[in-house]
Unconditional design. Structure first.
Length: 338
């Protein structure tokens, strides 16, 4: 059986999975497994998620979309997941009724939120559909949401077309995320004076809400920064890494604590004969780092499109050393922290 046939069989049995698991199943290197998966995706035989698990997308087959949600909670930030839970519960969300954070989140949840443009009385409004909802369910829900404005035209007609048919047509046609600003709102070209009076307070309210959101984000960022600093002070692994990098004249540009006293990510500047180069750096405090640790770090570096500097505290497993020596990984430097 060919490797690609084995991969398809494996996906049918397991559902959405990662390249590392595929490589293990077909007993090959992760780079070869990733190449096979990319080829299958190009052929349309395998689908690729926008959701990232440890820096890598999930690969799955047509019809396995319902299994993606189980990966969401642990791989989305809490605020995005809260918006996703709301979409799952409501099935349909009207863009005009959402706060700024929800609008931004929905545009990033491409695996789960389907954008729909619905035209009613010459006005086009944006709705978001839960990805597992049927068009019939969406049609019924959207009809309920637009009921309050049906006095503007006969209920059975929408721009000369039966309402249900107009909505259905847009449901069938909507396939991609619209290229619009998260703050963009659709308004009629001509407004009566009475309508203008109604809209002005709404716009003012939106500006106040946006200012509040900005203030909240700023405060949260300050709190997060202060918390990170306190955590790094308490962390005993970070000073060791910092001292080691300083000896090598490597400067730290970004740092992220993943597990206290165990794992950190950095973006660093490494001196070379042609000047300083930017690397993604993974530092792990572990008795023995194996090929999985190395492969996972390599995938993260690939996502960031940077070479990898892998730092380990004790030793590498024999298989990890073999992978490094085989040349399977390009632009990877592994060093023991001393």
């Amino acid at each position: 059986m060919l490797d690609q046939d084995k991969i398809l069989y494996f996906l049918r049995a397991t559902g959405p999975t990662l390249p590392t698991k595929v490589a293990k199943n077909i007993k090959t290197e992760i780079l070869l497994a990733s190449a096979h998966l990319s080829d299958l995706a190009a052929q349309g035989k395998v689908k690729v998620s926008h959701l990232k698990v440890g820096g890598s997308p999930l690969y799955y087959l047509q019809g396995q979309e319902d299994q993606l949600f189980s990966f969401a909670q642990n791989n989305l930030n809490p605020k995005d997941f809260q918006v996703l839970e709301n979409l799952k519960a409501e099935k349909i969300l009207k863009e005009a009724n959402l706060d700024l954070l929800s609008k931004v989140s929905l545009r990033s949840l491409q695996d789960f939120a389907v954008p729909l443009h619905v035209t009613f009385n010459g006005k086009t409004e944006l709705f978001w559909k839960w990805y597992l909802s049927t068009n019939e369910e969406a049609n019924a829900k959207i009809s309920q949401l637009i009921t309050p404005i049906q006095h503007e035209a006969p209920p059975e007609m929408v721009s000369g077309i039966p309402a249900s048919l107009s909505i259905e047509a847009h449901l069938a046609a909507a396939q991609s995320v619209p290229d619009v600003s998260p703050l963009e709102n659709t308004t009629p070209e001509i407004l009566s004076k009475a309508e203008e009076k109604k809209i002005v307070p709404v716009e003012q309210k939106t500006l106040v809400e946006e200012n509040r959101v900005g203030e909240i984000k700023s405060k949260e960022k300050e709190k997060k920064s202060a918390k990170t600093k306190r955590t790094l002070i308490e962390d005993t692994f970070y000073p060791t890494i910092e001292h080691f990098l300083k000896k090598l004249e490597i400067t730290i540009e970004q740092k992220e604590l993943l597990r206290k006293n165990a794992e950190m990510n950095f973006v660093v500047r490494v001196p070379s004969v042609v000047g300083k180069m930017t690397y993604f750096c993974k530092a792990k405090k572990k008795g023995k780092c194996d090929e999985k640790d190395l492969s996972s770090a390599y995938m993260e570096a690939q996502v960031k499109k940077l070479p990898l500097l892998f730092l380990y505290s004790e030793e590498l497993s024999k298989k990890a050393e073999e992978m490094l020596n085989s040349g399977a990984f390009e632009n990877v430097v592994a060093k023991r922290i001393k």
